[in-house]
Design a protein around this ligand. Sequence first.
Ligand SMILES: *Cc1c(COP(=O)(O)O)cnc(C)c1O
Length: 233
Amino acid sequence: MDYSYLASNWTAVRERVAAACRDAGREPAEVAILPVSKTFGVEVVRAAAALGLHRFGENRVQEVREKAPQLADCGIEWVIIGPLQTNKAKDVARLAHEVQTLDRIEQAEALDRRLQGEGRALDVLVQVKTSPEESKHGIAPAGLSALLAGLRRFDTLRAQGLMTIATHTDDEVEVRRCFRQLRQLRDAMAAEGHALPRLSMGMSGDFALAIAEGATELRIGSAIFGARTAAAR
Ligand SMILES: *Cc1c(COP(=O)(O)O)cnc(C)c1O
């Protein structure tokens, strides 16, 4: 297979991100890109790794279980960006480098127990529900402070920031509102003593708005890897 489209997509995405940074008066170096490889096979991920990418976002733990052993020689760090079931904590503790979707203390308890067993620690972002959509996960903004306080007792979990998925809509005002809310929550938490410098927000369709609202990390799938089948979204 010819995966040269990955190199051109990756270059194009970086150029678009840099342009959005310039428009927002920000430095491109402040905004990382997390390639989201969910649903794409190991050969595609291997080709992306050959471009120098080494962190990949996946939304299903089962998929990381399948891919990780086949890509063990690529030095990949797997980042979980999908719903975190406590019954998958063992695999997450073993395979993931980072989890961006922690939103309940029970998940932290399950992960901590497994991480102790593995002698590992995980970088963690807390997912916040900034969208009114039923389908979106994340802790309600009002519960964030208590969750962060609760996380402090787990030294296997290093809370580093917040993550959100904006409302799925063409209404830019609403999408921006979600991103702005995450930034304002980060600032409010900082005032309470919770330093959470990272903001993971923005995807292929809305990253320019996320950059304008202060994203430090964009999760980009289709703009790099191409369209996924509808069933896999
Ligand atoms: C799939 C996914 C992405 C990437 O979406 P694209 O629109 O393909 O860029 C980002 N974040 C999460 C949580 C995802 O599940």
